[in-house]
Ligand binder design. Structure first.
Ligand SMILES: [Zn+2]
Length: 105
């Protein structure tokens, strides 16, 4: 689909400028253990171990595809009533809430 929302494809990718802080600063996103130290770029570490990184990757793979699909419907239809985008923001919030329950377990 040419002229799609978001502009040109190519070398630029939105993740190049989207920098997220740790979800729970000072604590491992996955297990909640205390985390100290910094990454090579100076940002705070987010995970206590490779095992927790793998567990989080698994979680994002589990929910990521559906979350992206919901975001696309929401973005394309702006959540307008009577469109496939209606209620998608709530669906995304519900999915995020569900994923949050899987953290620290
Ligand atoms: Zn951990």
């Amino acid at each position: 689909m040419s002229g799609a929302v978001g502009g040109a494809k190519g070398s630029w990718h939105p993740s190049d400028r989207i920098r997220l802080p740790p979800l729970f600063p000072g604590h491992c996103t996955m297990c909640g253990a205390e985390v100290t130290g910094r990454r090579p770029d100076g940002s705070r570490k987010e995970f206590c171990s490779r095992q927790c990184i793998r567990r989080f990757d698994k979680l994002t793979r589990k929910h990521g595809q559906r979350l992206l699909r919901l975001a696309l419907y929401w973005r394309l239809h702006r959540g307008r009533k009577g469109t496939p985008g209606q209620g998608r923001q709530s669906d995304m919030a519900a999915l995020a809430d569900y994923a949050l329950l899987e953290l620290r377990t």
